[in-house]
Design a protein around this ligand. Sequence first.
Ligand SMILES: *Cc1c(COP(=O)(O)O)cnc(C)c1O
Length: 462
Amino acid sequence: MKNTKMRTLAEPFRIKMVEPVRITTEEYRREALEKCGYNPFLLHSEDVFIDLLTDSGTGAMSDRQWAGMMMGDESYAGAKSWQHLEAVVKGLTGMPHILPTHQGRAAERILYGILGGKGKVFLSNTHFDTTRANIEFTGATAIDVMPEHATDPEIDLPFKGNIDTTKLQELILQHGSTNIAAIIMTVTNNSSGGQPVSMRNVKDVRNICDQHKIMLVIDGCRIAENSYFVKHREAGYEHTSYEDIAKQMLRLADAFVMSAKKDGLVNMGGLLTLKDDALSQQCTNLLIISEGFATYGGLSGRDMEAMAIGLKEVFDPDYLHYRIRSTAYLGEHLKAKGIPVVWPIGGHAVYIDAKKLYHHIPVEEYPGQALVCDLYTQGGIRCVEVGSVMFGKYDANKKLLPAKNELVRLAIPRRVYTQSHIDYVIDVFDDILEMREQKRGFKISYEPPFLRHFTAQFEKLT
Ligand SMILES: *Cc1c(COP(=O)(O)O)cnc(C)c1O
């Protein structure tokens, strides 16, 4: 059954345990949304029918991972489960120093806390929101180095997650290579649409790093999904296994940070791996102060056991094909309906161009937030704005400096929803299309100084 044009993409697993989900009424959802200040992050999950808020830690573990949980070794130091995880991650990254953390941002805080500080500059294809926040929190600057076309939602290119190497070199000269703390390659590129990064691009960045003696970090939360795209889109990798593609890419880096809540196929966990002995020593000290001893770093033995198994399962060809194709299925069907989606479809999510869909709502009134709220009221679907609520800044006069795009992300949890759930989501968009001209925007009534999208409150404009 190799035919990829098949309409039905049968999930390569069967269901052994079920979790009921509740369908509420539109009136109920309207009230729930008002109560949480129109920020779906603050909804109770029981009030959500299909939760596409994030693919982070929301996946389903396999029977083998659950069996591994029962075998978890909870010894404080040197647990068997730690040794299992360490061996798997050493094999994957080829790096000698493996530090477990409770999630990705803990790895980021430790590494960027040491590399960052006032006057330091980080360059990346795109800094993910927690990456940027952890860098800026140290007083350092984070600059995204995307090619012009990367922010065009319509251009159909195979590796829209790539960094712009010409701009990268200009920025290195402009800031001085000694002030560049690191170059961070986010793979796949989460914030710019879950778009993949080519092996060629990472190799080019490696050469630039060597030339200027700059450290290369791979933020590889979705390294397996990226490998799928490399195998199918980049010449020369047709016969390389997904796992070997990931191994080759990671061997180009000096450090690797990962939220295992994505391609680790677990609900909690993270990793920081390093080549350099002295830096690893510094990171280990911080890890012990803030996360836990070096052989568990904030994780239970069972968590590490499940992660070790997940990091192997994620490279299974049937799983990866299902994963990438099922995300594309949603995107292709929405596009066919006339919904403006970021093209091509990335690995873990479908991004909708809300500025285009809700063209009558000005950017200052957050069209993405409006769409997020409408998807919840219409269909009980929860998703997130990736636009000026997440990335907007203010100038000296408190005027909004909008993000480049106003996107809405429908992130797909791993191995959780079936094709019929996704068909339902596609149907809800019919209602959105029908009523879009009546939709109105929002203003922010409360916001915290960092990562405001998590806790901001909104007022509906009339
Ligand atoms: C999720 C994510 C992080 C942060 O990881 P957490 O586990 O949520 O702390 C960092 N970078 C990228 C690219 C991510 O997708």
